[in-house]
Every structure is written in C-alpha cells, then in structure tokens.
Design a protein around this ligand. Structure first.
Ligand SMILES: *Cc1c(COP(=O)(O)O)cnc(C)c1O
Length: 480
C-alpha cells in the first residue's frame, strides 16, 4: 500500500485529531452562548473568503486543527443566542456525535443491507412522528434530503394517484394543477414546474389578514381552474407559511379535498415539529387527514441539515410515486418492502440521517422536543410583546410560532422610505455581525424577520436587537 494511503487511514491519528476536535467543539459550545464575547457571524465579502481559503490551500500545511478553527471562525454561528435568521436550528450534541459515526459508516441506505440499523431507526422515527400528528397506524414514509425534495416527491405521488392518465408511462395528457396559498414556500411552485405544469399549474389562493389561506375561496378558485381547462389534482396546505409562520386551516382544506376527491398534501416543513409540543400542537389540527405530510427535522427538532420526513397517510401510496399504474395493480406485499428504501425515495445513495434524529430521541426522550418547541414558540410571543411596547415598531401579524416579522416605523418618515430604511438596517446588522436576522416582503412592505431557534436566546437578547434596530435606524435618518 502506498504510504500516503496508510497515513490517511491511520486510526491513531484519527483518535488524536478526533479528541482535539471534540475539545474544540465543546469549548465553542461553552463560549458561543455568551452573546457579548462572540459575534453571531463575522461577515466577509465573498471574494475575500475565497482568496483566503484559496491561499490556505496553496500554502497547505496539512494541519487539520487549523483548518477546523478557520472554518469555525468563518462560519455563521447557529448556537449563538443572537442568531435569529433563517429557519434552521442549532444542533443538539447527541445528533452531531451521531453524525461522526454515520459519516464513518457511510451506509448507503438505498437497499436494506446497505443500512440495516439506519433503515430500522428511520421507521421508528416515521411511525413516532405519524403518531404525534394523529395519523393512523397505516401511515408510513421515509426520510429524504430536505423539504424541497420531499415536497416534489409527495406531489409526484399525488400525480400518480390522481392524474386521469398514467403519466409515468405515457407522459402528461391533461393540464394538471394544484391549489396552494400565495404565501406557500417557493418549492411548491418549483415542483409543479419541474413536473411540466407551467405557470397555470400552480393556482395561488389569496391569504387573509393573518397570511393564512382563504379557504372560503377554495370553491371559487377550483371552479375557475376547471373552467380554464385544468385538472386540479391536489391542494397543498402550509403549516406554516415560511414568511410569517401562519398556519393554514388544515381541517377546512382536508374537507375540501375529500369533497372533490383531491390529494391533500401538507407542507409542514417548518411547523410539523409542533406535533411534539403539548402547548402548540393544536395549530396542526386537521393534519391527521392528510394524504401526505412533509416535515423537516433540521428546522425545529435540533437535528443537522438535512433530514426530512415524508409521511403518507396510507403508507402504501409511497410505493406508487416512481411506478407506473400497471405495477400498482400487480403490487403485492412482497414488492412493497418498507426496508428497501430506494423504491420510494428520489435518492439512490442516501445519507444515513436517521441516527442523528434517533440519537436525540434516544438520549433525551420526546420531552426534549416538547420543551424546546414550546420554549421557542413562547419566545415568539415574548418578542411580539416587546415590539408592541415600542411605538416606533410594528408587527406584520401576531406570531403563531417562532417566526416574527416586524418593521421600524419612526414617526415623520414617509411611508415610501420605510422599505429602504428597513432594508438598509438589515444589511448593516449582517455586516456588523452582533445579530443575524433576515428580511421579507409582505404586500409590498419590507419587514425584518426573525426565526427564534436558539434555546439560549433570552428576552434581553430580543430587547437588544430592537435597540440595535432603533439605533441604526436613527443614525440612518440623520444621514437622510
Ligand atoms: C423550509 C421550508 C421548505 C424547504 O425545506 P428545505 O428543507 O429547506 O428544502 C419548504 N416548505 C416550507 C413551508 C418551509 O418552511
């Protein structure tokens, strides 16, 4: 064997470097919760980051610890209490320890023997989650690579079940379409276009003043779509809408779907986690009637990205996604093997994501998810109260979960200037790096947006953010 290969696989080197890395991460976890000591991110322009790492590569000294330290300091810190940006959670140590083992094992998961333990755990996770959502014992599904891919997979299953022709074999005949709220995640629109449905294939139902789907308009929009020659096969409920965290009325959507024999899909990529919260689970009322549900474990259940469940109300339907109609008729129990995952997943080789989730459940029980999800949604309410106490701020909508949209609206500023003002404040916040927040546009108005995902975020951090927004805003107004 070439000595370089021997060196690459040296167990003693791994042991030494592994211990050093574990120590480095433990120190990091201890320090990063001190908001004043660490920035949430050290913003650098893209070119500068590239130059630096390219330079490091060129003067490569092979020192892994240096590489890891540089990576740490040049990354955004999700474990930082003032990280309040995109919808992705800080990871629980049990899950990233599990990640070290899954990466070492590298089980490919597509067929049973390529991931025996992982496949079994996956089923436990799916069954446990289905039960938490109130789905029946027939519910089943699998883990897949992200909410985006899971939604596409669910809609392919919907097409297989509800399209008038066998699209898988013969291609599309009818002009297919789905109904979804105008506030849905962009990946639903993208999925429909990937399936060749075009502009007309995504019928956007308006939202109410809480940014939830106007289910009272479903009949109208359905009728109009049919009159325009479309074959509507599904309605997608958002639980919740990405921008505002608003939950659609899933009971009303489910009833509508049953009346018209449509597939009822719930995009619960973010909010599905609330099924594990005793206090907030009621926001998912009606999800038990879904034909398919998508839920991320990396947004509010403390797992590393990406790890997403796709659950079918009737588990057998997951086997029809990538199959032609005729096969469905011949299908018997023998062919619908739950343990050969690639029959149902987009992926061939798939990450062994299950251990990272299972390790959290196993080490801490479902109580951890209950406590965490509940605390994060409570924090959303606290944030709203703090905003309402300040006359120069306004909420987009009373938050239902851990997503809060607000804007700085000082007296005497022209309404047309408020978008630019809030957008500039947001850019300055990123470049400063004390906080990380994002922005969104609602009905033409720019809002600052936070997703509260860090259990170490305190009321004090929230107040400090509002102070920072106000200070930056006042300075900008002086310059105007
Ligand atoms: C985040 C999100 C998605 C996308 O999921 P990824 O895991 O990021 O691909 C889809 N739908 C909703 C409602 C989301 O919140």
């Amino acid at each position: 064997m070439h000595p370089i290969i021997q060196k690459a696989f040296d167990p003693e080197r791994y042991r030494r470097e592994g211990h050093e890395l574990v120590d480095m991460i433990a120190d990091y976890l201890q320090d990063v919760v001190n908001a004043e000591q660490w920035p949430a991110l050290s913003w650098r322009p893209p070119e500068q980051g590239f130059e630096y790492l390219n330079g490091m590569w060129r003067q490569n000294d092979g020192d892994l610890q240096r590489l890891f330290r540089e990576t740490l300091s040049r990354s955004i810190h999700l474990h930082h209490p003032r990280y309040m940006g995109h919808q992705i959670n800080p990871t629980a140590p049990a899950s990233f320890l599990a990640g070290m083992l899954t990466d070492a094992l590298n089980n490919g998961m597509g067929v049973y023997e390529m991931g025996m333990a992982g496949t079994a755990m996956e089923r436990v996770i799916i069954k446990t989650t289905a039960q938490a959502m109130g789905l029946s014992d027939y519910a089943d599904g699998f883990l897949t690579s992200g909410g985006t891919l899971a939604n596409l997979t669910a809609l392919l299953a919907a097409r297989s079940a509800k399209a008038p022709e066998a699209v898988w074999e013969e291609g599309a005949g009818s002009r297919l379409a789905l109904l979804v709220s105008e506030e849905s995640h962009y990946c639903i629109d993208r999925a429909a276009r990937i399936m060749g449905w075009g502009d007309a294939g995504v019928v956007k139902v308006p939202v109410d003043d809480q940014y939830a789907m106007r289910t009272d308009l479903l009949d109208d929009y359905y009728r109009q779509a049919r009159e325009a020659g479309l074959t509507v096969i599904a309605v997608v409920g958002s639980a919740c809408a990405t921008s505002t965290g608003s939950f659609d009325n899933l009971t009303a959507i489910g009833d509508f779907c049953r009346r018209h024999d449509l597939w009822f899909h719930v995009d619960a990529a973010h909010g599905g986690a609330l099924a594990y919260s005793g206090k907030y689970g009621h926001l998912l009322r009606g999800i038990a009637g879904a034909d398919s549900v998508v839920m991320d474990f990396h947004k509010m259940l403390l797992a590393p990205a990406i790890a997403t469940a796709l659950i079918f109300g009737d588990g057998r339907r997951g086997f029809h996604t990538f199959h032609q109609r005729a096969q469905y008729l011949w299908a018997d129990a023998e062919q619908q093997e739950w343990h050969n995952l690639a029959k149902r997943t987009f992926e061939c080789t798939k990450q062994m994501m299950s251990l990272k989730i299972f390790a959290i459940m196993y080490a801490h029980g479902l109580e951890l998810w209950d406590a965490y999800v509940t605390q994060m949604c409570d924090l959303g309410k606290t944030m709203a109260e703090l905003i309402e106490q300040r006359p120069d701020f306004e909420l987009a909508v009373a938050p239902q979960c851990n997503i809060v949209c607000f804007r700085y609206v000082p007296a005497g500023v022209e309404p047309e200037s408020l978008n630019a003002l809030n957008q500039t404040i947001r850019q300055q916040i990123i470049e400063k790096g004390d906080f990380y927040i994002v922005q969104t546009l609602l009905r033409g108005k720019a809002y600052l947006r936070v997703t509260l995902v860090n259990p170490f975020t305190s009321d004090r951090d929230l107040a400090a953010l509002l102070d920072e927004v106000e200070n930056l805003g006042m300075n900008l107004l002086k310059e105007y």
